[in-house]
Write a protein that binds this ligand. Structure first.
Ligand code: SF4
Ligand code: SF4
Length: 336
């Protein structure tokens, strides 16, 4: 059996995480969207097309992931998908909560959408609906079945927190039954609604628990013929730390024009670029890029600043381990 593989950052491919609106039909407990920072507007289709064009030329291999809020609430999402394909984006993904508004599965097809990615935060109805709202489990499962029956490649995103990590032993069967092709594990970040809740609860998972559950789950799922990607999160002290803001080409675009290079920065007005009208321009100092080059023993600077609850120190004050860039992933191919 082959083992997991750490996916290196690459400047050769450009990834656009395009929030075309922030509106959503759900109110998830750990929603990462911060409307105070990113507004409430829905981008007109002409603006979406122009902004897509602005990134398309950045590399031969540009990928776009349409996000919200719930992106299928946008009545013209299908036109955005067609435009991305026409302008040469290598892959187009739609991240959805499964409600699939505006008949998106009928207005697009598997030849245009490389992956329909569904979010579920529990392997059972009870846990998922506690976190994402009543009825959201059933709706998501129906949505996945519909997409699979129409020939779309599908993936499932599971954001791991202390509220749902213990259900991961049930996920492999669910994924297999549904015919999902890829499984993405995410780790909860302290931003959006989670940051707003403050110290009322800490949904972060300890290093021991993470290492105990996540790699083993990933291997079991992969053995069922489903590719698995999960964040590395914890680095040993001798492992190399890299910040994606310096060595990768990712853009997190919001409908108020802000463009971030680091998702952990999204709760703050420290974006390094923004659209002024339809021109993509750099912002002035101080912004997120001023943090990317800082070297601290804890690894990721933003993690240290906004969610230090996942750090642990020795008696002499040195950190026991480092926190990896939140974008650093491990991958296990299907069947391995
Ligand atoms: S996490 Fe996603 S599905 Fe849930 S409320 Fe936020 S945008 Fe909507
Ligand atoms: S999460 Fe940390 S390491 Fe990754 S891009 Fe942001 S600041 Fe850099």
């Amino acid at each position: 059996m082959k083992d997991k593989k750490t996916v290196s950052f690459s400047k050769n491919s450009t990834n656009i995480f395009f929030h075309i609106l922030t509106n959503c039909n759900l109110s998830c407990r750990y929603c990462y969207i911060n409307k105070k920072q990113h507004g409430k507007n829905t981008l007109p289709i002409e603006t979406i097309k122009t902004w897509l064009d602005a990134f398309a030329g950045k590399s031969e291999f540009a990928n776009v992931i349409f996000l919200g809020g719930e992106p299928t609430l946008h009545p013209d999402l299908f036109l955005a998908v067609k435009h991305a394909k026409k302008t040469g984006y290598k892959s187009v993904t739609i991240d959805t909560n499964g409600y699939l508004f505006n008949e998106i599965l009928l207005k697009t097809g598997p030849e245009e959408v490389d992956c329909m990615s569904f979010s579920l935060d529990g392997a059972t109805r009870r846990t998922n609906d506690l976190l994402r709202g009543k009825g959201s489990y059933d709706k998501c499962i129906l949505g996945i079945k519909d997409a699979v029956s129409k020939g779309f490649n599908t993936s499932l995103i599971y954001t791991v927190s202390s509220a749902n990590i213990d259900e991961l032993d049930k996920i492999e069967e669910l994924l297999s039954d549904l015919g999902v092709g890829r499984f993405f594990i995410q780790v909860i970040g302290i931003r959006g609604m989670t940051a707003k809740r403050g110290s009322q609860e800490n949904p972060q998972v300890s290093r021991l628990k993470w290492l105990d559950v996540i790699p083993a789950t990933a291997r079991k799922v992969a053995r069922r013929g489903i590719s698995v990607t999960y964040p590395k999160v914890f680095l040993n002290r001798d492992e190399r730390f890299e910040c994606a803001g310096l060595v990768a080409d990712n853009y997190f675009v919001f409908p108020n024009g802000r463009v971030y290079r680091c998702p952990l920065c999204e709760d703050y007005p420290v974006h390094s670029m923004e659209f002024e009208g339809n021109m993509l321009v750099k912002t002035g100092k101080i912004n997120e890029t001023d943090m990317f080059g800082l070297s601290i023993p804890e690894g990721c600077v933003m993690n240290r600043l906004i969610q230090p609850g996942n750090l642990s120190y020795k008696k002499d004050g040195t950190p026991e381990y480092k926190i990896a860039c939140c974008l650093l992933k491990e991958e296990i191919a299907a069947g391995e």
